[in-house]
Design a protein around this ligand. Sequence first.
Ligand SMILES: C[S@@+](CC[C@H](N)C(=O)[O-])C[C@H]1O[C@@H](n2cnc3c(N)ncnc32)[C@H](O)[C@@H]1O
Length: 276
Amino acid sequence: MSSEPSTDPAAFHDFEHAGWQRAAAHYADTFGTLTVQAIDPLLDAVAIARGTHLLDVACGPGYVAAAAASRGATASGLDFSTLMVDEARRRYPGLDFQEGDAEALPFDNGSFDAVVMNFGLLHLARPEAAIQEAFRVLVPGGRYAFTVWARPEEAVGFGIVLRAMSTHGTTNVGLPDGPPFFRFSDADESRSALSRAGFTAAAVRTLPLVWRLPSADALFAAALQGGVRTSAALQAQTPEALAAIRDAVLTELRQYAADVGVAVPMPVVLASGTKE
Ligand SMILES: C[S@@+](CC[C@H](N)C(=O)[O-])C[C@H]1O[C@@H](n2cnc3c(N)ncnc32)[C@H](O)[C@@H]1O
């Protein structure tokens, strides 16, 4: 899979920022119901313990920081979306959340024992800069871990929506060019990105998450409103194309019908490393 950088990182960064400001109101009820499932393995990967000083980068509504705090860590969260930070502060008033950029962390060198990023890396214009920044703010011996979605052939929810969009609409809607969404789904790519930033003991594994939603339409609604690139691409379709995409998504999801709603495989790649 290609790893070429975004051709206009500033434009892509601004596009993602505007997108997250829009998605913030919908996130907790859509992708948030799925991303929380990765929290325990993510925290285990950084060997969280009582007293660990942890930074949750791209924290969104603050789930990971809150889970770390409940495991005895001193946790801070950072996100570049004011509305996400507001949501995190509302949900977890006792915790420290601040606005800031993953690509230029507002912390001194060696400030944290652990840094995590749950589903943030795939939204960044300069993911290498974010990994490098995580390395910089860690103490020697500190641990870093991130999660991203597996490829769409495995993360079925993405596969179904993207396939329906290319069959019944268009994926070429003129969005700002960004790094490939599934770049770090590739274990070798994740491992080498960690090594290039200076991390050792790089390890990558897959978590078999399943997205349980009350209906097939709830998955379509999540794709339409809960994210940035896919949501923007769907919103740019003609009304006729969007209706056909929705029909195709609902039809394909019939095979994932559960006792209630749907249960869709959404495996996750978890990568981690140590700053020696
Ligand atoms: C998919 S959400 C993940 C939220 C949360 N970590 C979770 O576990 O559900 C991605 C988050 O990354 C944030 N984000 C994207 N680019 C960022 C950047 N350059 N700096 C800081 N936050 C960023 C978005 O605002 C959004 O809250």
